[in-house]
Design a protein. Structure first.
Length: 125
């Protein structure tokens, strides 16, 4: 299983509330509707908790680390080939295009890194 991790920063013209609402209420259902054609097993959003003082302390703990992301999107698929496009049907290419176009409505894309990884679990309760 491969996981895409996408660290989101909101567009500077959006408030935190506008960003969260759009991501949850508009983009989430859009992903959900296209998940099967894109080969997703799971999609989840991790919204940053509004705790500025605690986040500042965590940043200071790490020697002045950058500000937290506004959230993280996580997508699980079978393999890397799924992200390369695999058999890449017209339907899956259109679904991926739809999602990217919608992401531009609320995400500061150039400042939102993403990567593929494999989870290595050392403890789970």
């Amino acid at each position: 299983m491969i996981k895409l991790t996408f660290c989101l920063r909101r567009r500077p013209d959006l408030s935190v509330e506008e960003f969260r609402r759009y991501w949850r209420d508009e983009h989430g259902p859009l992903v959900q509707a296209r998940a099967e054609v894109l080969g997703m097993h799971k999609y989840q959003q991790v919204h940053t908790v509004d705790e500025p003082e605690l986040h500042a302390a965590l940043q200071q703990r790490n020697g002045g680390a950058p500000a937290p992301y506004d959230g993280i999107a996580e997508v699980w698929v079978d393999d890397v080939e799924t992200f390369r496009g695999g058999a890449g049907t017209t339907e899956s290419k259109q679904a991926a295009k739809d999602l990217l176009e919608d992401e531009a409505n609320f995400i500061d894309l150039p400042n939102s890194p993403m990567w593929l990884g494999e989870e290595v679990v050392f403890y789970e309760r």
